[in-house]
Write a protein that binds this ligand. Structure first.
Ligand SMILES: Nc1ncnc2c1ncn2[C@@H]1O[C@H](COP(=O)(O)OP(=O)(O)O)[C@@H](O)[C@H]1O
Ligand SMILES: [Mg+2]
Length: 389
């Protein structure tokens, strides 16, 4: 389909969908659509004076109409605010000088299927592939949050991501000699038992347990027994976060001397955060928030990566809004087509989940939304793992 044909289809859909009276139709020149498939966007350019107000309401309405109308050939990406762009290079005059930009991907967002957690997830350019049309990269992405109700597939998604990270680490060269595990200071060298991947799991999740065991030369698995209280759990997380910060700090010092050092990602993954943050003392909670804020601030330059999994991300609670804004990848999972404003309220502030078309498949887990570090939001399906254990 050419850009012009697509633009005409979009304009037709908006003409019938935007509660348009004859004044606000593109047929009478009240708006124009310009498409650029190569760059993956289209612009809605309203004529002024005219019937349109460039509000979030209008932007959401366009988004809602088109995410359905373009499915499954084109996947419209959501955006939590109005994306106003300057159109003066296309026109000279006040009337058509600005537009609303919407980003899209050509193609659908099918679920990937893999045989086991060990299946290859890396693309040729060392990205981790999580879905058709969607890869993530550990470089410069220090903080991941996974939110979803019990059974929505958070732990499995974390295991898949960590498996991808292990592959990412194992297939490249890193400057091990200068890394913390080879420090001459034995206290530093023994942080995290000298391993890069650390998982804290209060639930003794079976998949996580077996996955970590299979890779025990590279993964520390900290499980807590049944009797442990919420506050003990939080204290455990806090001490791991403190150790993690020591590693970040060590790496920063190394980089001051040798700025080009390449460190493999060092990962701290904490599951079931909601346990840790309910009914605990205010002081442990604020320690947790302060440590998390610092990790998110410093991890990028030290190849650190923190993953937080929780059934909910309320305010105040698991993390501060500063940490929330530092999260570089956010996943919100549901068990069906049931992502509500309540689910997105904290992690994807100001975003209306109705503006992105979700098309859940026959699997009852791992269906939801993904936001990348540019703020673009899309429907997401966790890879299906045929054999989990
Ligand atoms: N990507 C997946 N592939 C295969 N099975 C999955 C996947 N995600 C979830 N499941 C199934 O759903 C169950 C619940 O997933 P889990 O990750 O434990 O949810 P949560 O951690 O959100 O409570 C798993 O034990 C598994 O049987
Ligand atoms: Mg879980």
């Amino acid at each position: 389909m050419s850009n012009e044909e697509l633009a005409k289809y979009i304009a037709d859909c908006l003409n019938s969908g935007l509660n348009a009276d004859s004044d606000s139709s593109s047929l009478t020149n009240s708006f124009k659509i310009v498409v650029d498939q190569a760059k993956g966007y289209f612009d809605f350019i309203p004529a002024f004076p005219g019937p349109f107000k460039l509000t979030k309401g209008l932007s959401d309405e366009i988004q809602t109409i088109l995410s359905g109308a373009l499915f499954p050939y084109i996947t419209l990406l959501g955006y939590p605010s109005v994306n106003l762009v300057d159109e003066t290079r296309r026109t000279n005059g006040l009337h058509l000088a600005r537009g609303l930009r919407f980003y899209f991907l050509v193609g659908g967002t099918d679920r990937v299927e893999i045989e086991s957690l060990e299946s290859n997830l890396l693309t040729t350019d060392n990205q981790i592939k999580l879905q058709e049309n969607l890869t993530i990269t550990p470089a410069n992405h220090p903080a991941i949050a996974i939110n979803g109700k019990s059974g929505s597939g958070k732990s499995v998604l974390a295991n898949i991501t960590i498996s991808g990270l292990l592959q990412y680490i194992n297939y490249q060269q890193w400057d091990w000699d200068y890394d913390f595990m080879n420090s001459s200071n034995s206290e530093i060298a023994s942080l995290f038992n000298g391993k890069l991947i650390n998982m804290v799991d209060p639930k003794l999740d079976l998949t996580t347990f077996y996955f970590a065991k299979k890779h025990e030369s590279q993964i520390n698995y900290f499980a807590l027994n049944d009797e442990v209280s919420n506050s003990e759990f939080l204290n455990t997380i806090n001490s791991k976060e403190a150790d993690f910060l020591k590693i970040m700090h060590y790496r920063q010092i190394q980089r001051l001397k040798r700025p080009n050092l390449r460190f493999a990602p060092c990962v701290l993954c904490c599951d079931e955060i909601q346990f840790a943050t309910s009914a605990v003392s205010k002081s442990s909670l604020s320690t947790f928030q302060a440590l998390t804020d610092r990790i998110i601030l410093t991890a990028r330059s030290s190849s650190g990566l923190i993953m937080l999994l929780s059934e909910s991300f309320p305010i105040p609670g698991s993390i501060s809004s500063a940490s929330r804004d530092g999260l570089t990848y956010k996943f919100i999972l549901g068990r069906g087509n049931n992502i509500s404003k309540q689910d997105t309220r904290f992690l994807m502030k100001d975003f209306d989940p109705d503006t992105v078309a979700l098309n859940p498949d026959e699997y009852g887990f791992g269906n939801g939304l993904f936001e990348d570090s540019t703020g673009l939001i899309r429907s997401f399906k966790t890879p299906y793992v045929r054999r989990l254990i």
